[in-house]
Design a protein around this ligand. Structure first.
Ligand code: PLP
Length: 425
């Protein structure tokens, strides 16, 4: 019964350092969040010991009476939260939710339409060496060159031309709403299934701040750890009882063995949290923060440095910074913000002239800071710090006094919004 510190001081020390990194800096990776302690408590519980292959009431192992209740609670809560008839809460991750949903809907060799990775799609939407690109014939659709938004005319044209069996809507790096009814109409016209991957915007949907895909999609997939703010994991929703059966057998035994009941318990707690008014209020602050950052990055000083915001603003929890016309590339910008203790990721912009390892973009998200209590005033401060950091000369080193001064401001802002108070030193 040794503690982690006694059992493995090396790993314990590294976890301490990661906690300190999260506490002293600002996490602005758009796919990240800070899970509440209660969620992490469920993840670190005795449920990790339990095998429960199968589904509640139909397990291949004994002793499942408690995990059955937990999994039923998770299903009940997530279907209630998103207004869906059926849910599978077992996918270990968003990628596995997508793999299972595709396995349920279509066969290897079938044609799928998905948003190109280079234009904001996810690896699992048809990237060449991902399972989706290896198993299925992929026809990517893109954003238009003039407004950088998903080109629904192109989706319709490609659907008519290639007759896909599946169309995937959803994104990892996109900042506008999608027209799910239009996607569904296109699918109905060509006889395709519609799968919506709401991994990024599920929290916004739960708070009614982004259109819900659930009434339109044959199947909706998601993660639980981005805007939703729960444990790392995935889930799948559908309103169709036949598809629900296919989804269940595609998850287990199709893609996975034993479900992670400790994570399912944490998902149940996260779904409970997401139904509360405080959660909706946090999602509103998330959007406010993203808009404030987009506005600050479209001021004179950033414009003069060649910095732009893709599509000129945002409807969601992230801002895509376009550095195509800037002397600073995506890698340098990511490193600059890292030097001031703000963690973001570089991201290719559509029609990016720079190589994939360098890129001309940054993806900046606000979900984790909203969880940490940031409101408009604090977001305005962080937006200003980001803008001032990005307009410094690209070659300024991390120890440049101007960079160090911005880092001191970030640390102060972080201290004013304590993360996991009581944990760590
Ligand atoms: N779907 C989308 C749209 C994503 O952005 C991501 C992750 O970033 C995933 C799926 C995959 O989720 P996971 O990393 O849990 O496999």
């Amino acid at each position: 019964n040794a503690s982690l510190r006694e059992l493995d001081p090396e790993v314990a020390e590294l976890i301490d350092r990661e906690l300190a990194r999260q506490q002293t800096g600002l996490e602005m990776i758009a796919s990240e969040n800070h899970a509440p302690l209660g969620v992490m408590e469920a993840q670190g519980s005795v449920l990790t010991n339990k095998y429960a292959e199968g589904y509640p009431g139909r397990r291949y192992y004994g002793g499942c009476e408690h995990v059955d209740e937990i999994e039923r609670l998770a299903i009940e809560r997530v279907t209630g939260l998103f207004g869906a008839k059926f849910a599978n809460v077992q996918p270990h991750s968003g990628a596995q939710a997508n793999a299972a949903a595709m396995q349920a809907l279509i066969d290897p060799g079938d044609t799928i339409l998905g948003l190109s990775l280079a234009h904001g799609g996810h690896l699992t939407h048809g990237m060449r060496i991902n399972f989706s690109g290896l198993l299925y014939k992929v026809v990517p659709y893109e954003v238009t060159e003039h407004d950088l938004q998903v080109d629904m005319e192109q989706v319709a044209r490609l659907a008519r031309e290639h007759r896909p069996r599946l169309v995937i809507a959803g994104w990892s790096a996109y900042c506008r709403q999608l027209d799910f009814a239009r996607f569904r109409a296109i699918c109905d016209e060509v006889g395709a299934f519609l799968m919506v991957d709401m991994a990024h915007f599920a929290g916004l949907v739960a708070a009614d701040l982004y259109p819900s895909p659930v009434p339109h999609a044959h199947v909706t997939t998601s993660t639980t750890h981005k805007t939703l703010g729960g444990p790392r994991g995935g889930f799948i929703l559908t309103n169709d009882s036949d598809l629900a059966k296919k989804v269940n057998s595609a998850v287990f035994p199709g893609q996975q063995g034993g479900p992670l009941e400790h994570v399912i318990a944490a998902k149940a707690a996260a779904f409970l949290m997401a139904a509360r008014p405080e959660f909706a209020e946090r999602q509103r602050r998330t959007l406010t923060g993203a808009r404030i950052i987009a506005d600050r990055l479209t001021c004179d000083d950033t414009a003069a440095a060649g910095i732009k915001v893709l599509t000129g603003g945002t409807d969601v929890h992230l801002v895509l910074v376009d550095l195509t016309a800037s002397a600073m590339n995506g890698k340098q910008a990511e490193d600059r913000l890292a030097a001031v203790d703000i963690t973001v990721n570089r991201n290719a912009v559509p029609f990016d002239p720079r190589p994939a390892m360098v890129t001309s973009g940054l993806r900046i998200g606000t979900a984790a800071l909203a969880t940490r209590g940031f409101e408009a005033e604090a977001f305005a401060e962080v937006a200003d710090i980001i803008a001032r950091a990005l307009v410094l000369p690209a070659e300024s080193p991390a120890h440049d006094p101007a960079v160090l001064a911005l880092r001191a401001e970030v640390r102060k802002l972080a201290r004013r919004h304590p993360l996991y108070p009581g944990l760590g030193s």
